[in-house]
Design a binder for this molecule. Structure first.
Ligand SMILES: *Cc1c(COP(=O)(O)O)cnc(C)c1O
Length: 386
């Protein structure tokens, strides 16, 4: 059979053409170690991803336990380093237990699939991460999206749920493309009123927000407020993986029923060891969070002076919403010419007409890096927003 004539080939070509015609074709930059661009696109908020102590811990973990875990957690892949990490994550977030997943995407799929079925009702903030939306699909639960951060809308939707159907409200802690923060206390109150559980995915808050870097939920909002807490380890913690923290019963339920937990090889032990090193640094070097906050404050102050359309974010995620996707690509290219990499985010990641530069700040950025960014943005603004 000639593959070029196959219906599959035609199908692929059609999808490609639609996406290209919309100006939304994406490609992956391949980065070398000596990549000259200053990175304002990553999620390495504390500058830990390239910290030699994490690399050393990862190497040592691999030497001790092996490069791979060899099996899934329930078979023979659950090693002492995983167990220790779970205990540390439970302590950090002030929960009795935590369960390690290989990625945040899998943590969200697994949690929603294990908790919910077609008898449940799931309510999601409109701007929630794709993995949360996909998790609801996997669970097969009827779901509704409420307006972004709109507690009244959520309240009205919850009021319409018939009878005793279990309700789960799901929200990002820090919204990944906007950088604004969910009102955790408000969500918890609304949930209590309707006897709903609250699940918060604090992927971008963990390590950055909270008195101890424990995120926007953490110890400030206990289990009675947020029974299901998800955190990821590949962002501020500079490593990889994710976890769910909560009650003994919740964690045991996930171990029994979360298919994306059960049917996958455990995380490489070196990665867990690197995360443990990151947690040590989070504790011993709180000045990283202070430095990050200084960068954020300075960026916002000066970008506002330039008249850039900033969002309401006070987190390291600073969107500059330019609207038009071609304009976003143009600005990103010009910044690239100046040696600066920023995220160029278009539909379908964000709604049509809300394309944006996604600029992320890190404690690792020096003053000169921030100077260069602000200067390049000033040039773009002068030429295009006059
Ligand atoms: C990045 C992200 C995830 C996915 O985490 P990974 O570990 O990268 O798979 C989940 N939720 C949110 C809100 C995220 O920003």
């Amino acid at each position: 059979m000639d593959v070029r004539d196959a219906p599959w080939q035609r199908r692929l070509a059609e999808h490609a053409e639609t996406r290209r015609a919309a100006g939304l074709w994406r490609s992956r930059p391949t980065l070398a170690v000596d990549e000259p661009l200053i990175d304002f696109a990553g999620n390495d908020y504390l500058g830990l991803a390239r910290d030699p102590r994490l690399a050393e811990a990862q190497a040592e973990g691999a030497r001790r336990f092996g490069a791979g875990a060899r099996a899934s957690h329930l078979v023979s892949g659950h090693l002492t380093v995983h167990e220790t990490l779970e205990q540390r994550l439970a302590e950090l977030t002030g929960r009795p237990r935590a369960l390690l997943f290989s990625t945040g995407y899998m943590a969200n799929l697994g949690t929603l699939q294990a908790l919910c079925d077609r008898h449940c009702r799931v309510f999601q903030d409109r701007l929630n991460h794709a993995s949360l939306l996909d998790g609801t699909q996997l669970a097969g639960s009827p779901s509704r999206r409420f307006h972004h951060r709109d507690l009244d809308d959520l309240d009205a939707l919850l009021a319409r749920v018939p009878g005793e159907a279990p309700r789960l409200v799901v929200s990002d802690g820090v919204f990944s493309m906007d950088g604004d923060t969910a009102d955790i206390g408000g969500l918890a109150t609304t949930c209590r009123r309707h006897r709903a559980w609250l699940m918060v995915d604090d992927a971008h808050g963990l390590g950055v927000l909270g008195e101890h870097g424990d995120g926007c939920v953490g110890r400030a909002h206990g289990m009675e407020e947020v029974p299901v807490l998800v955190g990821t380890l590949g962002k501020a913690l500079g490593s990889a993986g994710a976890f769910v923290a909560g009650s003994e019963a919740l964690i045991e339920h996930l171990i029994q029923f979360a298919r994306p937990y059960v049917y996958t090889t455990a995380q490489p032990p070196g990665v867990a060891a690197a995360t443990l090193a990151a947690l040590d640094i989070l504790e011993s070097e709180p000045e990283r969070r202070t430095r990050l906050q200084e960068r954020i404050d300075r960026f916002r102050r000066e970008a506002r002076r330039l008249g850039l359309p900033l969002g309401a974010s006070t987190t390291p995620i600073q969107p500059v919403v330019l609207g038009d996707s071609e304009r976003v690509m143009r600005w990103a290219a010009r910044l690239g010419d100046q040696g600066l990499r920023v995220g160029a985010i278009r539909a379908p990641t964000v709604p049509h007409g809300e394309a944006r530069l996604r600029i992320t700040l890190s404690a690792a950025h020096g003053d000169d890096a921030l100077d260069a960014l602000l200067e390049a943005l000033a040039t773009c603004a002068r030429e295009e927003m006059a």
